[in-house]
Design a protein around this ligand. Structure first.
Ligand SMILES: Cc1ncc(COP(=O)(O)O)c(C=O)c1O
Length: 374
């Protein structure tokens, strides 16, 4: 059995459903589940002995595997419970001054936008939401950037159009005005190459439960070396001397634990480290296969006369097919055991590497049946 076939056999849901919804939540594969479970069993049988063993290296065994996948140093990877938390850490960690602005766009998931509303209220910053189209998204975002821009906050891959942004172009222009770039990589990490050193972004954030196939509660934040040395929130674990348990003595931690204010979901993050390791080992095959499957979705959809919103030359794992009343259409597909999400103006098909051509054909066929019947 080759790697993809073997991996597919580790995802039991594939026996019952055509699952094309990895941009929402991925099913937990067996190897990830076993990693999570191994930890929980060790805590069940050894209590603090097991917990202390895992924490002995300050979770560097987890940071290292995540860092390798996204080309970042372990010291730049902090563990967080979800994407929204990470974005808030950055929003409140940067020293915004009245009159500065944050640029984002109108197809973002709210997680990359809402945290800045608090700064609009409290610090009187300006939040600029660029109106964008899939084809010209970079130009449209950059047209709102000026010398008062402190941060550009955007997704690498859009949850609602599937467009993959040319991030190097955004970063290049951001640097010219001295703006930071925060990249939400939850829709790209695990689906396409994410090379944070090459992208040269300042911050990146992702939950682990989508393309990284890990439990909800896992996630990570990348903060470029030298930035946010003083985090916005202090908790007992933000102290380098936390094992002294002394409320009267606080030495700020310098490493990535400075953002991890309290106890983490260790089990879920061990699952995340495991899946990062698997994806890293097979990255060329996985990313190549996801591109191949996305291309196939577009090809079959076009052949059947459906309109595809996602541009063919700027995409990762998400393809959005325009349709009237997408919610009704996805409910129809659910009745046929085909799982997709209604998003934006259409049906979002998000194929992971272990999906098959037959599954894609079945989804497109059923969209056609739905259109005929409705
Ligand atoms: C681009 C993007 N960011 C963030 C999230 C979710 O954020 P969180 O991990 O905080 O739930 C999603 C979920 O669909 C998303 O598509």
């Amino acid at each position: 059995m080759d790697f993809i076939e073997e991996f597919r056999s580790e995802v039991p849901l594939t026996q019952h459903y055509v699952y094309l919804n990895h941009a929402a939540i991925s099913p937990t594969p067996l190897s990830v589940y076993l990693e999570v479970n191994k930890y929980l069993i060790s805590v069940m049988t050894k209590g603090t002995i097991a917990v202390n063993e895992h924490e002995a290296d300050d979770f560097y065994h987890i940071r290292e595997k995540i860092g390798k996948l996204v080309n970042a140093k372990s010291e730049e990877i902090s563990l967080i419970p979800n994407t929204s938390y990470g974005i808030n850490v950055i929003a409140h960690g940067l020293d915004f001054k009245q009159g500065e602005n944050v640029v984002t766009d109108n197809v973002e998931f709210p997680a990359t936008v809402y945290p800045f509303l608090k700064l609009v209220k409290n610090k009187k910053i300006e939040l600029r939401i660029a109106k964008v189209s899939p084809e010209k998204i970079e130009d449209e975002i950059l047209s709102r950037v000026d010398k008062n821009t402190k941060l550009i906050s955007l997704s690498h891959v859009s949850f609602s159009t599937g467009v993959k942004v040319d991030i190097s172009r955004i970063v290049k222009e951001a640097k010219q005005v001295g703006a930071y770039v925060l990249l939400d990589i939850i829709q790209s990490a695990g689906a396409t190459e994410v090379d944070l050193k090459k992208f040269d972004v300042d911050f990146a954030v992702a939950g682990g439960y989508k393309w990284l196939m890990s439990p909800q509660g896992s996630g990570f934040m990348y903060v470029k070396e030298g930035l946010l040395e003083d985090p916005p929130f202090y908790g007992w674990k933000s102290a380098s001397n936390f094992l002294e348990f002394n409320p009267e003595k606080f030495d700020l931690e310098k490493g990535p634990r400075r953002f991890e204010i309290g106890t983490l979901d260790v089990a879920s993050n061990l699952g995340l480290a495991k899946s990062c390791e698997i994806i890293y080992q097979h990255r060329d095959e996985i990313f190549g296969r996801i591109q191949y499957l996305s291309n196939y979705v577009i090809k079959i959809a076009n052949e059947r006369g459906l309109e595809v919103i996602t541009p063919e030359n700027k995409k990762a794992g998400i393809v959005v097919i325009k349709i009237k009343n997408p919610r009704k259409a996805s409910e129809y597909l659910l009745r046929k055991k085909i799982i997709v999400s209604p998003r934006g103006e259409g049906i979002r098909i998000s194929t992971h590497f272990y999906n098959t051509l037959e599954e894609i054909e079945s989804a497109i066929d059923n969209i056609i049946y739905y259109l005929r019947e409705s």
